[in-house]
Ligand binder design. Structure first.
Ligand SMILES: NC(=O)c1ccc[n+]([C@@H]2O[C@H](COP(=O)([O-])OP(=O)(O)OC[C@H]3O[C@@H](n4cnc5c(N)ncnc54)[C@H](OP(=O)(O)O)[C@@H]3O)[C@@H](O)[C@H]2O)c1
Length: 135
């Protein structure tokens, strides 16, 4: 079985994104800073695939020590995943990406942060059981 995972962070009600960024971006409280540090530590040396908006918000330094691939909707998920035999692949979002790739993800690492403000992107718990586009 290929090693396909997800690591993400959500707010108290599943907030994921706001205006193309993390909703809590700029919050320098320890829990938020630790979460970002942990994301880069866990994905280091591995493959991160994600949609164009998510990758646009990845800082330059992160491209040095992991493989980052902007994936597009015209690409078949099986073909994308087959590019990285033997590698650990993190599916980094966004929403429509997780809708399609959820069924391949065998390990979810979700941090629930103490944020309860607005959002325009939301976590869907159905992803944890391979949905919502399960076939
Ligand atoms: N909290 C977190 O952990 C976390 C993690 C990731 C993202 N986010 C947030 O989420 C937001 C960005 O996500 P987003 O959903 O707006 O945009 P996105 O990252 O660009 O992802 C969606 C895009 O992925 C592309 N895509 C690639 N493969 C696809 C497939 N098989 N099926 C469907 N679409 C596919 C599509 O673009 P094309 O049709 O143009 O190819 C689609 O519009 C930001 O606010 C970001 O900060 C938060």
């Amino acid at each position: 079985m290929i090693d396909v995972r997800c690591i993400c962070a959500i707010g108290q009600r599943g907030q994921l994104g706001l205006n193309g960024r993390l909703p809590w971006e700029g919050n320098s409280d320890a829990l938020f800073v630790e979460d970002v540090t942990r994301f880069f530590a866990i994905t280091m040396g591995h493959v991160l695939i994600a949609g164009p908006k998510t990758i646009a918000s990845v800082p330059d330094f992160a491209f040095r020590d992991r493989t980052i691939d902007v994936i597009r909707s015209h690409e078949a998920p099986e073909a994308v995943l087959a590019r990285y035999p033997g590698r650990r692949i993190f599916v980094g979002g966004g929403i429509s990406v997780w809708n399609v790739y959820a069924k391949y993800i065998q390990h979810w690492d979700v941090t629930r942060l103490p944020y309860d403000g607005e959002a325009d992107r939301w976590f869907d718990p159905a992803w944890l059981v391979g949905g919502p586009l399960r076939t």
